[in-house]
Ligand binder design. Structure first.
Ligand code: G4P
Length: 286
């Protein structure tokens, strides 16, 4: 579910997160592997203060493998511990305990000195909407269909979920607001479904997505829809060709742009256009 982030919502989310931070040892910050820059909350490091955290790239099945590797190297180079995961297929989670332990090595040393034997790790998930927090909580808890509160401001009793590897997980993820820095970031967030489609109407959004995909690799659309075009072909014409191929045609042979637009967005989000990363490290960090 997407949320319109007004200042009041941000404050509630921030306060809730701060409250829960006191209860846990470590934060697992989820980002979307297709947009590893834009899907990071802009304030997260400030909010965390000195609480240990690890960075989890989710939806790696939808992102380009090489680009993901480069992003992992980048974040590791600035001191983050990174885990690459596909939450809804339960992939990449075997190392979770290990990476949490690495990040918490100081705490465990202190515990040992105090003769504390319990090695339980208390953690919480945090991230912007739609990065897969609830899916991951369900996957870890193996409680399919478990209801997980997703709105800032939902006050419920704190509940812990026991997961394998002596990890106790706060059942309510911290939902944080996304970046609002510029149009490009806004578009990337909308393409992956982390902010409402109505940032632009769907036709404009899909128009922008086609432009973006053609910049990454024109073969993405050519191959998927079996069409041919040049670099200077009008985007509206590309939409016409896709509409014709898929029979998205209204009466009198007019292309149903709304249908075509929704289809392109849906197919991109589901990975049917291939594994596509929308952001490269070099787009942001030289
Ligand atoms: P949130 O709590 O952070 O808001 O995200 P949530 O778990 O609701 O996940 C958002 C969407 O992302 C869901 O799809 C979910 O299935 C999908 N998802 C989560 N992890 C992965 C992953 O690793 N790979 C892929 N490909 N998808 C993932 P949905 O279509 O909105 O809902 P649903 O019909 O699948 O339940």
């Amino acid at each position: 579910m997407n949320i319109n982030w007004y200042p009041g919502h941000m404050k509630v989310a921030f306060d809730n997160f701060k409250k829960n931070l006191k209860l846990i040892d470590i934060v697992v910050e989820l980002i979307d592997a297709r947009i590893p820059f834009s899907s990071k909350n802009p304030k997260i490091d400030e909010i965390l203060e000195n609480k240990p955290s690890v960075l989890l790239f989710n939806k790696i099945d939808l992102a380009d493998e090489y680009t993901t590797k480069k992003w992992k190297e980048y974040y590791e180079s600035i001191g983050k511990k990174v885990l690459l995961v596909n939450a809804n297929q339960n992939k990449g989670l075997n190392n979770l305990r290990q990476i949490l332990e690495d990040e918490l090595s100081e705490k465990f040393k202190r515990d040992e000195q105090k003769l504390i034997k319990d090695k339980t790790i208390k953690m919480m998930m945090v991230g912007i909407p739609n990065v897969g927090k609830s899916t991951l909580i369900n996957t870890l808890s193996k409680r399919t269909g478990a209801k997980v509160g997703n709105l800032p401001g939902v006050t419920r009793n704190i509940q812990w979920i026991k997961t394998p590897g002596k990890i106790e997980l706060l059942d309510t993820p911290g939902v944080l607001w996304p970046k609002f820095e510029n149009k490009e970031i806004g578009l990337n967030l909308a393409f992956v479904g982390s902010i409402d489609d109505d940032i632009l109407d769907v036709e404009n959004l899909s128009y922008e997505l086609i432009k973006k995909l053609n910049k990454i690799d024109p073969n993405i659309l050519k191959n998927r829809y079996n069409i041919e075009f040049d670099l200077d072909t009008d985007i509206a014409y590309i939409m016409d060709m896709i509409g014709e191929r898929r029979g998205a045609i209204l009466k009198k042979g007019i292309i149903d742009y709304d249908k075509v637009s929704r289809m392109i967005l849906r197919e991109f989000r589901l990975g049917k256009l291939g594994r596509i990363s929308l952001e490269k490290v070099s787009d942001f960090f030289g």
